[in-house]
Design a binder for this molecule. Structure first.
Ligand SMILES: Cc1cc2nc3c(=O)[nH]c(=O)nc-3n(C[C@H](O)[C@H](O)[C@H](O)COP(=O)(O)O)c2cc1C
Length: 353
């Protein structure tokens, strides 16, 4: 059996293999509601054999959406469709996870196929919030700095979203603290200029993330996995960097966080990234090797051999794939063949095995 198809157990949840569908916004919701698109999109990838699917960033509040068309989980009415989706995913043997998110200063923007950039209030946008009143860029909204009451609302919204995630049938929560969204904005000294207990030192900049985790844990059962996505570096001089990520991983382990999903960038448009196959893997590897924390590797992982090599080398524990999964929802079924693993296919598809 290859490493890629060796199951992984975290707490009470067993992942049948290491192939994970990375969260991918579909910008196909109205008022935060999931649709048949989500059922078919996520459902296909469960049929395709993924061990774990992390559904797209679900906003914990309307103002936490990246665009007016984001998925949300801020009210009970959202749950019915999500329950249908998690039930279908689970029935295929795939673990359903949800990414809980707040976009902060990168909220109230256009969908990618309309060119991003801010959506004004008169066109359905809203006032956005952030650690400090510093816009992401010229064509993004100018945020209002959160006061203590606003910070408490963010924490309460994550807590309520965790409760709903459980009711919706998800088995893993991923807290989105990457890609320049709200929690990452607090981590990075480039976007966080606060002088209160949420800004300045490393301990102060990670405070909101830790408070959100603690709030989520009041609702999320201790026997279900809780994971955190981070951007290991801002790729900007003076920004959040790998050594801080390693320090954070040690703290998250103590707080009973099970795995770090290790991405990078998205905080500043000054970032200088050189991409290529597995370009973020060294971050996942360093974090895993220095702290012993389970990690997920993401970023330009596209082949079965590449994925297997990552696991054999002990660089990560989960292989998290986004765009290749859009190109090829049946990647896991195909990868098993390439690695000579005899896995169970959906019976309806067995004649194609
Ligand atoms: C269409 C699309 C939507 C995405 N939406 C999210 C998201 O909701 N949350 C997130 O953390 N990352 C999101 N990402 C980033 C991916 O999860 C992933 O980290 C990135 O695409 C790199 O992986 P890849 O090279 O396998 O595509 C998105 C990427 C794509 C292509």
């Amino acid at each position: 059996m290859s490493k890629l198809f060796t199951p992984l157990q975290i707490k009470s949840v067993t992942f049948r293999n290491r192939i994970t569908v990375s969260p991918m916004c579909q910008y196909t919701s109205e008022d935060g509601f999931a649709t048949d698109w989500h059922l078919v999109h996520l459902g296909s990838r469960a049929v395709g054999g993924a061990g774990f699917i992390i559904s797209e960033a679900a906003a914990v509040s309307p103002e936490g959406r990246i665009s007016p068309f984001d998925l949300g989980i801020w009210k009970d009415a959202h749950l019915e469709k999500l329950q249908q989706i998690t039930s279908f995913i689970s029935a295929q043997g795939t673990v359903p996870g949800i990414q809980l998110a707040h976009a902060g200063r990168k909220a109230s923007t256009n969908v990618p196929w309309q060119g991003r950039g801010k959506v004004d209030v008169e066109h359905g946008g809203w006032t956005v919030v952030a650690p400090s009143a510093i816009a992401f860029s010229d064509n993004y909204p100018m945020p209002v700095a959160l006061d203590e009451q606003g910070i408490q609302k963010v924490i309460d919204d994550f807590r309520a979203a965790a409760k709903r995630s459980l009711e919706a049938g998800f088995k893993v929560i991923e807290i989105h603290s990457a890609h320049g969204y709200l929690l990452h904005q607090f981590l990075s000294p480039l976007s966080n200029h606060r002088t209160d207990k949420y800004g300045g030192t490393f301990e102060n900049r990670i405070r909101l993330l830790l408070e959100v985790i603690a709030a989520v844990q009041t609702e999320w059962p201790a026997n279900l996995p809780l994971i955190v996505r981070i951007s290991a570096t801002d790729w900007v001089q003076g920004g959040w960097h790998l050594e801080e990520s390693i320090k954070l991983a040690r703290i998250l382990q103590e707080k009973d966080v099970d795995l770090m999903d290790v991405s990078s960038g998205g905080l500043s448009n000054l970032q200088q990234i050189s991409t290529g196959p597995g370009y973020q893997l060294p971050f996942a590897s360093r974090i895993k090797k220095e702290t012993g924390m389970l990690t997920g590797a993401v970023g330009m992982i596209t082949t079965s051999i590449q994925a297997e090599t990552i696991l054999v080398n002990g660089d990560a524990d989960l292989i998290i794939m986004a765009r290749e999964m859009l190109r090829q929802p049946y990647f896991p079924l195909q990868a098993a063949g390439e690695l000579n693993d005899d896995i169970k296919w959906p019976v309806q598809y067995e004649r194609a095995k």
